[in-house]
Design a protein around this ligand. Structure first.
Ligand SMILES: [Zn+2]
Length: 319
């Protein structure tokens, strides 16, 4: 597997990561708003947020009408070797360094650890292209990059490409379709043949039942599964089973860690209840990555150098 240009995720050494951080400080309107909000946190913050947001969105909507093409030098190769079923699971605020898969000292990801031990998954050090959902996913799911946003409007996004490649496309989301923080994502989702939005109201585990209701191994399908993952507040992102597995004993990050454990169970459910159970006769591939990381107990989207906002899990599970 390779991580190609335009995925929004690249493998980097320390100096390259520092360069990315400095590029991210280029003042997008929403980030400008965040800075002002620190000094004038009430009406000023909301007012600037709204103006900046609607300026961005009106420009974006104008660009949307343009016909979409492939980037220069990139061709779609529809091969019989492509997996029958693709699952693209998108995490939320999930910090790589709190996965036992990546060496964390609590067993937050026992399912992924077991796949690693059996050599059944590929995982990578990755950084997210931005620290808020809409910017990160607009780049991760299109050919846009932190240095050039124009491919988001000019070129086909990942869902359009899947459609062109003959996949039935589904977007199953536990987030909102239209809102200040996710409209870019909703626009990408609108290319899917079928989309379902649960507006943060479901447990992420329940999304797997929705996927299963659409799953048909007789045709080529791609499922984009957008979790609520580990977004603040953490208390409703885990359940008793996660609490039993990770007792805590005064650990400040235990609630966050339990939410990572919960996401590990979502991936386990997808693998055991769909990929293994019904898909054994067809090839499939699960991708999992998070939109961005998290400064635990603080959040994300801050203009500072804390890499915890950008260190994300990125893995692939072929079957
Ligand atoms: Zn997010």
């Amino acid at each position: 597997m390779s991580i190609g240009y335009g995925t929004g995720y690249v493998l980097m050494d320390k100096s390259q990561k520092a360069k990315v951080i400095s590029e991210l400080k280029i003042s997008y309107p929403m980030h400008f708003q965040s800075l002002l909000g620190i000094r004038f946190p009430l009406l000023t913050n909301m007012g600037f947020a709204s103006i900046a947001y609607y300026q961005e969105m009106s420009k974006f909507r104008a660009d949307l009408d343009k016909p979409k093409s492939m980037p220069m030098g990139v061709d779609l190769l529809v091969s019989s070797k492509t997996p029958n079923t693709l699952f693209v699971v998108i995490g939320e605020s999930s910090l790589q360094t709190h996965y036992s898969l990546y060496g964390y000292d609590l067993f937050t990801t026992p399912f992924l650890d077991s796949l690693k031990n059996d050599n059944l998954l590929y995982y990578y050090n990755a950084v997210s292209p931005a620290s808020i959902t809409r910017d990160a996913l607009s780049m991760s799911l299109s050919f846009a990059t932190p240095l050039d946003r124009t491919p988001f409007a000019d070129n086909k996004n990942i869902v359009a490409l899947a459609n062109d490649a003959g996949y039935e496309s589904y977007w199953i989301s536990n987030q909102n379709k239209i809102g200040m923080h996710d409209s870019y994502v909703g626009l990408i989702a609108s290319y899917a043949k079928t989309s379902v939005f649960y507006n943060f109201l479901k447990d992420d585990l329940e999304l797997i039942g929705t996927v299963k209701s659409f799953y048909n191994p007789k045709v080529k399908q791609v499922f984009f599964i957008h979790l609520k993952g580990s977004h603040l507040e953490y208390t409703d992102k885990y359940d008793n089973e996660d609490s039993a597995a990770l007792a805590g004993n005064g650990n400040e990050t235990i609630e966050y860690d339990r939410s990572i454990h919960h996401t590990d169970r979502v991936l386990k459910s997808l693998y055991n209840n769909i990929v293994m159970e019904e898909g054994s006769s067809v090839s499939s591939l699960i991708y999992y990555f998070s939109d961005h990381g998290e400064i635990i107990n603080k959040g994300h989207g801050f203009l500072d150098n804390n890499m915890d906002q950008f260190l994300v899990p990125f893995l692939a599970i072929p079957y």
